[in-house]
Design a protein around this ligand. Sequence first.
Ligand code: SF4
Ligand code: SF4
Length: 71
Amino acid sequence: MPKKSACINFDLCSPHVCDNINGNCIAVGACKKKLLEQEDPFEIPNLLSGSLCHGCAACQNACPLHAITIV
Ligand code: SF4
Ligand code: SF4
């Protein structure tokens, strides 16, 4: 069975809604492996390594806009 990993839906992700003051993605801090990164505040986060992501869903659970799914 293929390994699961996080997938960010760019249409649903809105950093300015999650944190309208600093533009920080809440899911970034939820990943203990530090695999999610925002290049700049108010930017949509990137998954740095799909192969290192183990699909734990911590980021998915932290995202208030349901913009992350585990696939
Ligand atoms: S918490 Fe979710 S909606 Fe908010 S910036 Fe991060 S991925 Fe996007
Ligand atoms: S599923 Fe887990 S390991 Fe993968 S990016 Fe999200 S929090 Fe990190």
